[in-house]
Ligand binder design. Sequence first.
Ligand code: ADP
Length: 402
Amino acid sequence: MATIIVFQLVWLKKVYRLEEKEFNHNIVKTVRGLYEDLEINSYNSAHLNELIENTSPNLYLANIPLPIDKDSLISYLQYELEDNGVFTNCLLGVYSADSSRYIYTQLMASAGVKNAASFSLPDSKSSYDHIALYFPNRHQYILGEMNFWIISSVVLLIVLILLAGSLFYFYRQKFVNETQRDFIHSFTHEFKTPVAVISLAAEVLKNPAIAEKPDKLLTYAGIVEYQSAYLQSQVEKLLRFAYTEPNQLHLNKEKVNLHILIQEAVNNLGPLIDERKAIVHYDLLAKDPVLTADKDYLIIVITNLLDNAIKYARQPVVTISTSSKGAALILSVEDNGIGIEKDQVKNIFKKFFRVRNGETYTAKGFGIGLSFVKMIVDAHKGKIKVESRYGKGSCFAIELPV
Ligand code: ADP
């Protein structure tokens, strides 16, 4: 698109130059006609160009021997200008070399040009008698002649903008579609196993012989209970995280101690920490870790960050740190995990987005944790930042106003 725009500009400039040439040509033709009309013999078409001087873009000086009849000069000039298609204001000046000044000037306002305001001729220090043709609106006139090209360029520009808009829309839609497909993929994976386990257990429980083995009965009933509780918690998580809109987040703010919340979050994740044999380091340096915030939501934030730090690492070593920064507290969760590629970082806070690579897919999730975390942090007027090195680890830092 940039190339097309650049070409179009170059093209427009070329057309402008052509129109300029055409204008010059018309002036030369006008002067030639004038010489013929006035029967000036010094003119011969071969050296016509030498008799006309173009001292500045708008000013043409044509060598003419004086004296000359004013009325016939004006009427011939008017006629020649029109005949050669020069329809713009022209200020005529007749210069006498003897008196070193314009002996008279006359504005020839072209038809349809209302602005016949007083124009003045630029000073001339010529050593010969001449007539000066000054076109004050030459630039606008040439642009006017280029109307078709300018309008077509604007139309092209509009078409390009619309095209860019549709491309942007198309890519956004593609992103949404892919994210949606990934979500359905995660969703089925997350739910398929528990449902399969429950139906298998039901199959076993239907067998009348099981009544004689109360131990087995209890085990299978336990499996059903565990799996359905898991399913329920996942459904709740989905409903709570995915379908909450920012304006539906009602904060119950109270004074909370960030360090205690961190401990609660770590406790919540006890089973996962044990299962993944994760090592958790603490670097809690905030002097006064108390802030006004919604305790339940803040625990969700910390839990989600810790959960990700453990999920997306092979042998998780997580460092939780806090510090004070003016009237704000900073909490950061650093891991030694798989990291996030640079071009993906901007997407991870979008709802249902999951990085598409094998390692992410082995970890469970719906791609809603971080979008919810961001929503909560925003609701607290805080900031969230992520620094990640692909293959090395990530660090999520949250700044919350006290
Ligand atoms: P989920 O973990 O359920 O997929 P999140 O919203 O919590 O959803 O995270 C979105 C994506 O960001 C994850 O799928 C993962 O690819 C990436 N991600 C988040 N945290 C980390 C991390 N600590 N290390 C590497 N990748 C991460």
